[in-house]
Design a protein around this ligand. Structure first.
Ligand SMILES: *[C@@H]1O[C@H](CO)[C@@H](O)[C@H](O)[C@H]1NC(C)=O
Length: 347
């Protein structure tokens, strides 16, 4: 268990200095020193072992189809690699049964497998190639260039990418750390729903779509009979069997096609999820997504924590803790990310 103790002085703090933007162009032409994975240095994580209570895996079932596994999907790319590695590290550290977690890494470039293997020698994982071409033609420009990266859209395709024997997966963004046992999130009941996520019904739902969308009954009518609430797609529990059965990937793609001709929203991969699922989401406790710690999408100012218990801290928004820490102008809460960082030479 982790206690996060906040001093009163943390409750409000001035906005951060402007964060230097760190965007790559759409075609991901990287400086050559960045495109060579072995120029990234990550320390080897400590050995993690299952507690006695975790039980033994069935020796007859091996690999990814073992029904006792907890499945976690996360993207790996050069720009967010440090965040993804910290996320995995945090999950292992807080889990009673870390050897029972199987990681599904989604990649679009480079071979990052060796890097994961050397950082986490005993990790159970598989790397999946997500072809950017699959969504390149469906992506429209958004308020923040990072939101347009094809790999952001890989979460739409988990049901196709992962093995058919994987019936449930936790999808996690790369800019977060888990500070509780992920098994608790894994065991959340979804009832009859296909996805579960913390919902924010007080958020102004109108602003996620354009006036054009709301004024066209044929489009906005999709929400008729629902009570749609905002949810963040960076933490989702997904019933993949139901997703496959109901063909949700196609439904999301259809909205992305409409967006290309009609401009019905301004953000990236989130709005199509809202269109398909808002109002039909199994509500998960808010402790599993303390989002927005990156600050807003334009200025990246520092954010405070919402009240209540915390199981997951999420630096959504434009500021990322590793960049702010490196710039020596971190936000106060970035100190909660730092212990999971494995970047840099071993001492
Ligand atoms: C919600 O947002 C819309 C669009 O930005 C705005 O017109 C409306 O007044 C807002 N509603 C509330 C209750 O703040």
């Amino acid at each position: 268990m982790v206690m996060i103790v906040l001093s009163p002085s943390l409750q409000s703090f001035p906005p951060a200095e402007a964060i230097r933007s760190h965007h790559l162009d759409k075609h991901r032409r990287l400086p050559s020193y960045l495109s060579i994975p072995d120029r990234f240095y990550f320390r080897k994580a400590d050995v993690f072992r299952n507690a006695d209570e975790c039980g033994f895996p069935d020796p007859k079932i091996t690999g990814v189809c073992d029904p006792n596994l907890v499945h976690v999907a996360i993207t790996l790319d050069v720009e967010y690699l440090r965040g993804s590695i910290a996320a995995v590290h945090s999950i292992l550290q807080h889990s009673r049964c870390p050897e029972s977690i199987f990681f599904h890494f989604l990649v679009s470039e480079n071979n990052l497998e060796a890097l994961v293997r050397s950082t986490f020698p005993q990790l159970k994982f598989k790397v999946y190639y997500f072809d950017p071409e699959k969504v390149q033609n469906l992506i429209s420009s958004s308020v923040r260039q990072a939101l347009e990266q094809p790999l952001n859209y890989a979460r739409n395709y988990l049901a196709d990418l992962l093995e058919p024997c994987v019936g449930r997966v936790i999808y996690l963004d790369s800019d977060l750390v888990v500070v509780d046992d992920i098994t608790k999130l894994w065991k959340t009941s979804l009832g009859s729903r296909t996805i579960g996520a913390p919902e924010y019904c007080h958020a102004n739902f109108t602003k996620y779509f354009t006036a054009r969308f709301w004024s066209d009954e044929k489009l906005s009518g999709t929400f008729r009979g629902r009570k749609p609430c905002y949810f963040n797609t960076g933490v989702m529990v997904i019933d993949l069997a139901k997703w496959r059965r109901f063909g949700y990937t196609k439904r999301i793609e259809r909205w992305m096609e409409i967006q290309k001709s009609d401009r019905i929203y301004e953000l990236g991969s989130l709005p199509p999820f809202l269109l398909v699922f808002a109002g039909h989401v199994a509500p998960i406790e808010h402790r599993w997504n303390q989002h927005g710690l990156g600050g807003d999408n334009v200025k990246g100012s520092c954010r405070d924590l919402h009240p209540g218990p915390i199981s997951l801290l999420h630096w959504s928004g434009s500021g990322k803790p590793w960049l702010r820490l490196d710039s020596k102008r971190p936000c106060p809460l970035d100190a909660l990310w730092a212990p999971y960082d494995l970047y840099g030479h071993s001492h």
